[in-house]
Every structure is written in structure tokens, then in C-alpha cells.
Design a protein around this ligand. Sequence first.
Ligand SMILES: [Zn+2]
Length: 386
Amino acid sequence: MRRILRIAIACATVALTAPASGQTGDPIATLVARLDLEKYKATIKGLTQFGDRRQGTDRNRAAIDWIEAQLKSYGCPTDRIHYEYKAPPADGRGRGNTGRGANQAQGGGRLRGIRTRTGVNTDPMKQPDEKLRALNVQPASDGPREEAFCTKVGTTHPDEMYIVGGHMDGHGWGEAANDDGSGTALVMEVARVFASPDVQTDRTIRFILWNNEETGTNGARAYVAQRQTLQGTKDEPKWLGMIQHDMMLFDHGMPREDGTMSREQRPEADVNIEFQANSKMAAESQKLAWLFEAANEKYASDYPAHVGSHMTNTDSGPFQDLIPAISLRENERGAEIGAGWDPQWHQPTDLYVTYTDKDFRLGLNAAQTTLGAIAQLTGATIKGVR
Ligand SMILES: [Zn+2]
């Protein structure tokens, strides 16, 4: 009796997880099953060969070349945005040093519970690995900047487009593996799946790897400044939504009283989908967030998603008053990351080796969520799968 029950439970489990394996008649499930944990990890690892990829350095430019070459190799046609960046006069504070007031002013939510110190590490000697320290040594200089993107052109509505982004620059004397190698690799992995020659979409998707996020979302601002008014012309499809991915891996919970953290991904880890309640497009953005939550429910293999109203401090910000805009993250940026839930944030410890497969899998689940939602929104189909 007990044995039969166990078999029945095993069968039910198989039935529940079957859609993720594809060939079920749902082309979106087949696409989601093409996302690959090992490829995702390999892309993050590939990004870390350029150290922290700080904007305005040779290692940043080399990383952009590498990203563009990967996108091309997937069969996704690439292009670049060009802009100028000049650092404002130094005031001795990193942008990560946003205290309670700053988070609230930007709609980042109220900090509660245990808080630990956050900030940007600027001391090279805090990086014990000499090779990595040498790799990160060139300082940023003002001047021309670039950022790479690739585009999947829609078949029936090529002039309407979703923008899927992450930022490729980092800082803090580590490898910027999580912030934001994890979001960059997610965008690249989703681009790889959509670029497959047997995949068609009705609408267009642009996959963009922003530069200069860490200096104040200047790469995303440059895109809006250059292209907002071009929408609807042959040079720029109309924007339907912007989906940002920034810090995807680490959800180990609140710091303990003594400032230490759990070494394990917490069992209740989730993908945090945020919109900005104080933006002009709050209602539309909230609707988009719930659509992503439903896609997670249907297609993500391990971790659930939760919707919050405090999107802040990332590249979806410059879009939030113009079009539906959301961010996907490991934690809420304001009240959680801002309170010290990610001890690697902008630190020398943000290294590929810091994270385990349970962490990488949270990033993969966000990729499954975005791929599922975007495939639905753009009417994705696969030749031979109906
Ligand atoms: Zn970031």
C-alpha cells in the first residue's frame, strides 16, 4: 500500500515537472527547456576574465568586444550605442552608499530589521588575489563609451519591441560576478535561445548590455536620450516595455545580529520582480510585473517569484515614466540589498567562486521567467512545434 502510494506520488511529480522538458505541445516550454545552467555559468565565468569591467577602462572595452562576439556567435545581429561620459566632481562617496533617506526618496522601500554596512570598496589591498588586483588596476577615464546590443526582429510586428537588459560594468575590486555578470549572462542566454534559426517571434526583442550603470545608469540614459524620439521610424521600433536584470544569484536571507550570513541559499529564496509605484507608468508596469509572476509560476523550475512596488537604482529607472518597466533581482533592491542582504555587493568577494549551484540556479530561474514571459508577449513559435 505504502509502496503504491509512493509510486503514485512519483508519477504526480513527473507530471508536474514534465512541461519544462519540452515536446509537450507548448512551444514556450520547449524554449525554456533550452536554457542551460552550465552555459549560464560559463558565460558568467567568461565575463569575469575581464575583472570588474569598470566603465572607462580597457578591461571594460575588452568585455564589450567579448559580449558582442558571443551574441554574434548565437546568430543574433549586433550593434552598439555610442555616447560620452564625464565623471562628476568626486565627493568621496560611492553610489552604493545610499542610506535610508536615499532609498526612500527614490521609492526603494523602508529599511527594517537587521542592517549591516554597505558601500563600494575602493581599496585595492582588500583584494587578496594579486592577479585580479593587477587586472583591475587601470582607473576609469572620461571619454567615449559604448554598449552592445543584439536584436531579434519580429515577423508580423517588427516595428514593436521589448527591451531586455542587464549591465555589464561593475566595480569594487572583485569580478562583478553577481553585480552584474549574473544579469548580463542571463540576457545573453535568453538571446541565445531566441536567436536559434527555428524560432520566430511576431514582435521584436532587443537584448542590451548597458554600460555605466554603476555611475548612475548613464548608459541607459544615453539610449533614451538618443532613441526615444526615433520610435516608430525605421531606425527604432516602438518600445513596449523594458525588463532589467541586476544581481540574480544571492538570496541567503537577512544578515544575523553579528553581521554574518547563512552560507546557503535560503530555502524560501525567490525572484523579486519590482515596478516603481511612484512612476508615471506604475499601473502598466504593475501589470507587466504580474505577467512575469505568472510566467514564473508556469515555467520556472525551482524558485517562485514575488512582485514588489519599489523598483530602484538600476537601468529600468530611465524608462519608468515612459513605458512599462520592471526589474528582476535576487532581493528587493531598496529594503533588502540596501540593508546588507548581499555582503558581496560592490566588494572584492563578488567572485565566480563565491557562488554555488543553488545560487546560479536562482539566476537561471529568473531567465526561465523572463524567457517564458517575453516568448508569450512576442508570440514566439518554433518550426515543427505547435
Ligand atoms: Zn548592479
